[in-house]
Design a protein around this ligand. Structure first.
Ligand code: MN
Length: 130
């Protein structure tokens, strides 16, 4: 099954790095560069997993996550928060917004595919979210 992954990232270099990292995987990749586009693409395409940069234009990633979680079709979609912040308080903020996993930049190209695979598997097995 070709799972759809939505990558929300405003930094072109990071976007390109993630695309290259995931290119060899079987996923269908969707992209959004700001919060409004993220909501737009998500509601149209119903991705199986979302990688959400928190610092994005127009609507912040945590607010986008909060809004998605209010929609029944996104109540259980895995969301991986991506951020440059490494402070403990922020981590809690992301989980409160509804993110499942938290990853701090720089992106680890070896770990990201594994993390996505595990997160998708966790969803299939019905592992409870944080
Ligand atoms: Mn950003």
């Amino acid at each position: 099954m070709n799972e759809k992954i939505l990558i929300v990232e405003d930094n072109p270099q990071n976007m390109r790095l993630m695309e290259m990292t995931l290119r060899s995987c079987r996923y269908t990749l969707l992209k959004a560069v700001d919060g409004e586009k993220a909501l737009d693409v998500a509601t149209r395409e119903k991705p199986d997993l979302i990688i959400m940069d928190i610092n994005i234009p127009k609507i912040n990633g945590d607010e986008v996550t909060r809004r998605l979680r209010q929609m029944p079709e996104f109540s259980h979609t895995p969301i991986i928060a991506l951020t440059a912040y490494a402070m403990k308080g922020d981590e809690e903020k992301f989980f409160e917004a509804g993110c499942d996993v938290y990853v701090s930049k720089p992106i680890n190209t070896h770990e990201l595919p594994k993390l996505i695979e595990e997160t998708l598997l966790g969803r299939k097995q019905g592992r409870p979210r944080h």
